[in-house]
Design a binder for this molecule. Structure first.
Ligand code: ASP
Ligand code: MG
Length: 437
């Protein structure tokens, strides 16, 4: 069985939902994961914010606006009065639920319940549409099988067992429609897989049922070899290795959520990135196979802070790096990139919440310099050391750009450069020019 995931824009209007229905109705059995309609989760975040700020009338105003959007969608989506009435009932129940928070104490728990409404709405409306058109479909309630553990990691055994149960409860359906993003936590409360987490849902489902393929449908024809927002003439990359895709997703390629790769990789399930606007296009196939001897793509990760710790006295001594890393561990901040020399070490972080405490502690170990507004440029491809010349090409392409750090050899798939944010576009263009033209 295949798992297909459609993002917020793909279900962002009645017309787009109809397109998705056309795409998935080919008689083949599949599980279809949907995000909330585009803009909905952001609105729900805003609504929660009003509740947090103890301004229920602000929240109610936003709720009414959002509800109207759904009422308009219904008018366009269904053709019969019967189904319009049915859909209105569904919508009403969700929006009444949202309004009910006016009276309650508002905590993270309530917020998560609110955030779950987007995916519940989109899947309910969509499956009702399939019903109207006579498709053999049903809903798979994510809150009955998707679960995270105490450490907020997916509980894969629980997911596999309970997803199977849900499938057994409704055998013989052609289309199983389910919610992305939402789940329950260790305590059984409504929770989520973090923003953009619907890709993760699809991948976890794929892993749980040992799917034949996981398809992530978006608005672009696969992962491009550079960022189309900054560089003209980028091209889709037809094949990527899991590791290459993971690097690209983590280092800035917005098309795929970085968490999505691991469950697929562990179970060796190919992930295909496809375009709803151009369903016949090849897109990108992510699997164990990689294209040998080539640089595949470039991505950039913004808002990076670099920290340099210089200490001639201590670096030669063993245990220095441990002390550095322990400080980052104490302040629960993960390091992205690292370079070392005899007299110093540079690391980068993207989470600066506890940077002051970190810098304070690092000062006990050496002289500390902090550079903000940096960008990691990640060059991805088949780059083991035997493949002579590829890193030279990347470095040569950046010959006019001031580079603060270079990291190569951490994996066989990537070279990372740290540069100033102000040089980002120039660097991306130079790399496209030097590597792909
Ligand atoms: N609706 C959620 C979000 O906007 C999850 C997703 O779209 O993947 O973050
Ligand atoms: Mg997304």
């Amino acid at each position: 069985m295949k798992v297909l995931k459609f993002g917020g824009t793909s279900v962002g209007s009645a017309a787009r939902m109809k397109d998705v229905a056309k795409l998935i109705c080919d008689g083949e059995q599949k599980i279809v994961v949907l995000s909330a309609m585009s803009g909905t989760t952001n609105s729900l975040v805003e609504i929660s914010d009003y509740f947090y700020k103890n301004n229920p009338s602000g929240a109610l105003e936003k709720i009414n606006t959002l509800e109207q959007k759904y009422i308009d969608v219904i008018e366009e989506l269904y053709s019969t009065a019967e189904y319009k009435t049915e859909a209105k009932k569904i919508i009403k129940s969700h929006f009444e639920y949202l309004r009910s928070f006016s009276k309650a104490v508002f905590t993270l728990f309530e917020e998560k319940a609110i955030l779950s409404q987007g995916e519940l709405l989109s899947t309910n409306i969509f499956q009702l549409y399939l019903k109207e058109t006579g498709e053999n479909s049903t809903l798979l309630p994510a809150l009955e099988y998707m679960r995270i553990d105490k450490n907020s990691e997916p509980d894969t055994a629980y997911i596999a067992e309970n997803l199977e149960k849900q499938l057994q409860l409704q055998p013989g359906k052609t289309l199983y429609i389910t919610q992305g993003y939402i789940c329950r936590n260790f305590y059984g409360e409504i929770d989520n897989l973090q923003r953009g987490g619907s890709d993760y849902t699809a991948s976890l489902i794929g892993a749980a049922i040992k799917a034949e393929e996981i398809q992530i449908w978006t608005d672009i024809d696969g992962m491009h070899n550079n960022d189309p927002r900054f560089v003209e003439g980028t091209q889709p990359v037809p094949y990527l290795h899991f590791e290459e895709a993971a690097e690209l997703a983590y280092f800035g390629a917005k098309i795929l959520h970085p968490t999505c790769i691991l469950p697929a990789k562990l179970n060796n399930i190919p992930v295909r990135l496809l375009n709803t606007m151009e369903p016949k296009a090849h897109g990108t196939l992510i699997s164990m196979q990689s294209k040998k001897g080539t640089i595949q793509a470039v991505a950039a990760k913004d808002n990076i802070t670099a920290i340099k710790i210089k200490s001639g006295r201590m670096l030669l001594a063993y245990g220095f790096l441990r002390k550095v890393f322990e400080i980052f561990e104490t302040y629960q901040t993960s390091i992205d990139m690292i370079t070392t020399s005899e007299v110093g070490v540079s690391v980068t972080v993207d989470n600066t919440k506890r940077i002051d405490e970190i810098v304070n502690s690092l000062k006990k170990l050496g002289t500390v310099t902090v550079d903000t507004d940096m960008v990691i440029i990640c060059v991805v491809g088949d780059l083991p050391s035997e493949n002579v010349g590829y890193q030279a090409k990347a470095v040569a392409a950046l010959k006019d750009i001031p580079v603060r750090m270079i990291s190569y050899g951490g994996s066989n798939y990537n070279i990372s450069f740290l540069i100033k944010a102000t040089d980002k576009q120039r660097a991306l263009k130079a790399l496209s020019h030097g590597l792909f033209e």
